[in-house]
Design a protein around this ligand. Sequence first.
Ligand SMILES: NC(=O)c1ccc[n+]([C@@H]2O[C@H](COP(=O)([O-])OP(=O)(O)OC[C@H]3O[C@@H](n4cnc5c(N)ncnc54)[C@H](O)[C@@H]3O)[C@@H](O)[C@H]2O)c1
Ligand SMILES: N[C@@H](CCC=O)C(=O)O
Length: 557
Amino acid sequence: MNRIQEAGASATPARTQWGQPRYAAHNEPVLGYAPGSAERAALATELRTQGERTVDVPLVIAGRAVMTSTQADVVCPHDHAYVLARTAQAGQAEAQAAIAASQAAAADWASWPLEARSRIFLKAAELLAGPWRQRLNAATMLGQSKTAVQAEIDSACELIDFLRFNVQFAQEIAAQQPLSSVGVRNSTDHRPLEGFVYAVTPFNFTAIGGNLAIAPALMGNTVIWKPSATASLSNYLFMELLHEAGLPPGVINFLPGDAQAISAELLACPHLAGIHFTGSTAVFDQLWLQTAQNLPTYRAYPRLVGETGGKDFVVAHASADVDALCVALLRGAYEYQGQKCSAASRAYIPASLWPLVKAQLLDLIATLRMGDVTDFGNFMGAVIDRRAFTRLSRAIAAARDDSGAQVLTAANPDDRVGYFVPPTLVEVADPTHALMTDELFGPVLAVHVYADATWPELLKTVDTSTAYALTGAVFAQDRAALAEADAGLRNAAGNFYVNDKPTGAVVGQQPFGGARRSGTNDKAGSALNLLRWVSPRTVKETLVPPTDHRYPHMASA
Ligand SMILES: NC(=O)c1ccc[n+]([C@@H]2O[C@H](COP(=O)([O-])OP(=O)(O)OC[C@H]3O[C@@H](n4cnc5c(N)ncnc54)[C@H](O)[C@@H]3O)[C@@H](O)[C@H]2O)c1
Ligand SMILES: N[C@@H](CCC=O)C(=O)O
């Protein structure tokens, strides 16, 4: 019997009225996995173990593991012949069962003191920092094709940070209380929403998947979590971990399966209290439109939080440090195969620097190794699935045939063993070319070379040429140029980097999210996000209420 089944069989844990010690979160240190290190040996062992068997991934409804008659195969993207997991597929009946489970758990969970809820998530953080670390990292490497360091910063550090910082921010929110004048006690009761929160999560970060479910749960809500099919193994292991940490049955219900069928059931339910989404802009639009159509049927206005697509930029000024710029472009565009929502996919380089930048970047690209992520020497793995492989292969082939584009790298995509798309650099003359404006979500960096003297106009082009506004970076040594970029690009990115790559935001340090068509910008892993999952109630108690209705001015002189 696994942990989920054990949790389902146990009674709801008793609540304890603890005091509320102040909690100060800290970031989890990133382990290096250098040859000979203990963490490398532990990870290698776990990779071997997980790579030897196909795992059944069930649904989790009311704390119970549920296997369905139909399952979907999850393969290793870098070795697609290998079936890593068989994932149960929820349909209409399971979606209704998850609604019932979340409703059944809601009143009890909402009555838990914040400190009691917090302890579950803090325990989860310690389990993940310790005994569960390599299990989650190995599943993320094998299922989502991340290298050791990319898994470590995601399924270990970022997820641990979400678990810890959410608790700190939730406690800061709870401490925000109104003034009380003499004879009166005022307070704010940070109630959870009435109903369930629907968490719909992407493939690319195990941490984002986990956080979209735990953030509303920490604030006292019950959640139905629909993970991405390709991330279902790592996401399920996190569910197991949460149950080991003491999460009561029904608080988070795990529902992999047909996204449209599940959404149709959940969005039609009057108890939908919110959507916590990260993924593509098109899917969030669809969820928003469906919700709008059902609006009159809901008990309350659902909270819609969505972090969506991007076309993230690096803009270099003529004063930029070329070495730093090239490393940022390389890491920003090609780490995790360009499948971070924050990945650099368009760059603007001044003509005076381009010959040097181009030569240096091509030299660096030639050194990058791509392959099976269990080989720790590789810098890149494969893209997530056949759909992504086809999309990217077509875009690269189209660029090779396009007179307005020059593909500067020679390697081509190859799917014989895994879905491998090589790091690709394309120079385009027109800054409004589709390669500079549309999200491709892969290791393709488009570069536009501009005349140095057109810097002010260039900033306007960067700002206005795409619909997105997620991340962006400026490289310059000249302080005046940095100030111009800061002002000119103020609305072009929700996360703006100065002399740094546009990826790698750390929870608690660079709260993450973008505006325009990149989302509602509610900043994952911050108090701003957690505030979306509460419905504050103001309570006033008058200690000695008046017993005479007359005011002083009514007295006779
Ligand atoms: N802004 C951010 O913070 C951020 C972070 C990570 C990823 N992303 C974005 O996510 C995208 C890549 O992730 P992805 O490929 O998993 O995105 P996706 O939109 O294809 O899928 C996201 C989730 O939506 C589900 N889904 C798909 N169709 C649906 C439908 N019709 N109804 C309901 N749910 C549906 C999927 O099953 C998955 O769980 C990129 O666009 C990237 O920019 C954004
Ligand atoms: N924290 C990550 C989030 C990426 C989203 O896909 C970054 O900033 O790169």
